[in-house]
Design a protein around this ligand. Sequence first.
Ligand code: FDP
Length: 297
Amino acid sequence: MATTDVNTADTARAVRTIDGVVDIIASTAPEIRTGLPGRRVTAEDENPSGETQMAADVFADDLLCERIGALDGVGEYASEERPESVDVGTGRLSVAVDPLDGSSNLKPNNTMGTIFAVYDGPLPAHGRDLVAAGYVLYGPVMTMIVARNGTVDEYVLHDDASHELVREDVSLPDEGSVYGFGGRVPDWTDDFEAFAREVEQDASRKLRYGGSMIGDVNQILTYGGIFAYPTLESAPEGKLRVQFEGYPIGYVIETAGGATSDGTKSLLDVDKDGLHARTPMYVGNTELVAKLEAALD
Ligand code: FDP
């Protein structure tokens, strides 16, 4: 077979696999949500980052691993809840998932999300290997954001496992009107605190912070502005995970016309070893992220 035929076949298979991952995320999210009421308790284990797991984290991870792992074209599955990735097939695409982002919001019944990233290559992968990424937001309405083929779309997810496209080509509004910064304020660096105080002084912006990254990032995608989970004095790498949070959210926000940074460069250019490596995260309108980088310089 000629090389071009092989490439065409590979590409067609990859497109089918990516669509399959999106369909599985969309159809599994209502089940994850339905399974939450009895699982607002801690599980017996900690996750690989040493954080308390909720029973819901484990439940969502098991469902997604089983279904995504059965998809043709997926070679590896990894999640924030497992120490190692799992070999699930012979495909060249890998899927990394944060099954329930913001699960400490489960007790107070606040927003949470499910994040997914599809990489062309083995895990841990690089941000520039992403071929699709997105997230589900469990809010009053269940929505899903998907970035692929250079555009970002929004879907509404229904309880019967169907999904409906509601917005095409989503982009960040030009004038950002909200901000949300994580971590304890006394634990922020002086430079970041000075930047935060400057952002607060602008009367056109309001604080919107809910403690679940997906909820907070979706505010930025909707209203524009800036979200940060910064470097902390006690945690120079910040809290959020490169493979499961930094890269996929970097991909979504940059595809939507925004900018992202680890403090000096795009989140997609972060170079870290290890499946559970962490990174500071700053995402939002280009002008605000540029100001942030200048402030931290
Ligand atoms: P959670 O620990 O509840 O799962 O990465 C996880 C995350 O939530 C993010 O969603 C959120 O932005 C951040 O951690 C909040 O952490 P802290 O409450 O420890 O600041």
